[in-house]
Design a binder for this molecule. Structure first.
Ligand code: AMP
Ligand code: FE
Ligand code: FE
Ligand code: ZN
Length: 286
């Protein structure tokens, strides 16, 4: 069974619609794919309908942008109850803050002579999508200023850039608690991704997250080298957490392909047992 538990769509910074994601997952011979857009659940309904149509199982999820010590931390929340207001309110607050933040980043870039307007960036944000730095990158690509999202991040958009502006983001401990309270399963996303700078969370902090109900750690991720994967596995074993694998697919927005990393079927079964806020959508044949 081929299971990929982390993918984005045009509901955030992916380049394919939820329907296109599900079709691409089928074409990549996946049996199970998760939709995990940044700070939003808006793609769930469309992706669920497409999953039934394409005969593939869909795990509804979200990637929550968190912040600890000024650094960005991503938490995956699977099978949360979309009607649980405290979580929905927190996600809405983050999305609102992202709009102001986008405008401020564009102003800083433009003030420094980088040819960019807020209107040009907004033109890259699909209707209803969670806006993010990749949309600024897309505007720079569209204007011919850079060749790719990667180049835009390397030059101007990375976390330590002088143009970086923070947006509202909950502490990861609060996000774990919200996911659990919403009946969901929390998984720490790519915790040791070297491309994002220094290791963000100390093992001790991850241990606190485990005490608060963290269920798993994403070990097999495109931004994890072998050492990072081994470290994530060892920590998961020590803390009694499961490990997941994923592609963190973003369509053409990143070079990874669906199925680049996979999750063990036994882990999916454990995740399903632990999540009660919503259900995995399975076509009749599964
Ligand atoms: P934001 O959520 O607006 O702070 O933007 C962070 C998102 O940008 C991450 O979740 C990734 O999807 C994307 N990202 C980060 N680094 C890169 C990169 N080098 N190339 C393309 N996308 C990136
Ligand atoms: Fe992303
Ligand atoms: Fe992430
Ligand atoms: Zn992601």
């Amino acid at each position: 069974m081929r299971i990929d538990l982390h993918a984005h769509t045009t509901c955030s910074d992916g380049t394919q619609s939820p329907t296109e994601l599900v079709a691409a997952a089928r074409a990549a011979a996946l049996d199970v794919v998760a939709i995990t857009d940044h700070d939003t659940l808006t793609g769930w309904a469309e992706a669920g309908a497409a999953a039934i149509e394409h005969g593939i199982a869909l795990v509804p999820g979200v990637e929550i942008s968190c912040e600890r010590g000024g650094r960005s931390v991503h938490l995956l929340g699977y099978l949360v109850d979309p009607a649980y207001d405290p979580l929905a309110a927190e996600l809405a607050k983050a999305r609102d803050s992202r709009v102001t933040r986008l405008e401020r980043m564009v102003a800083l870039l433009a003030a420094d002579g980088i040819p960019l307007t807020y209107a040009a960036v907004l033109a890259q944000v699909p209707p209803g999508a969670t806006p993010g730095r990749p949309h600024i990158a897309d505007a720079l690509v569209a204007a011919g200023v850079v060749a790719s999202r990667d180049e835009a991040f390397e030059r101007w958009l990375h976390d330590d850039s002088p143009y970086y502006v923070h947006h509202y983001a909950p502490d990861p401990l609060r996000a774990v608690e919200l996911v659990r309270a919403a009946g969901g399963v929390a998984v720490l996303a790519h915790p040791f991704a070297a491309t994002r700078g220094a290791v963000i969370l100390a093992d001790e902090v991850i241990s606190h997250l485990a005490d608060a109900g963290l269920g798993g750690i994403e070990a097999d991720h495109p931004d994890h080298d072998e050492a990072a994967r081994a470290r994530a596995r060892a920590l998961a074993t020590r803390l009694g957490l499961f490990v997941t694998g994923s592609s963190d697919y973003h369509g053409s927005g990143k070079t990874t392909r669906l199925g680049d990393n996979l999750t063990d079927p036994a882990v999916l079964a454990a995740l399903e047992r632990a999540g009660s806020g919503s259900a995995i959508i399975r076509p009749a044949s599964h």
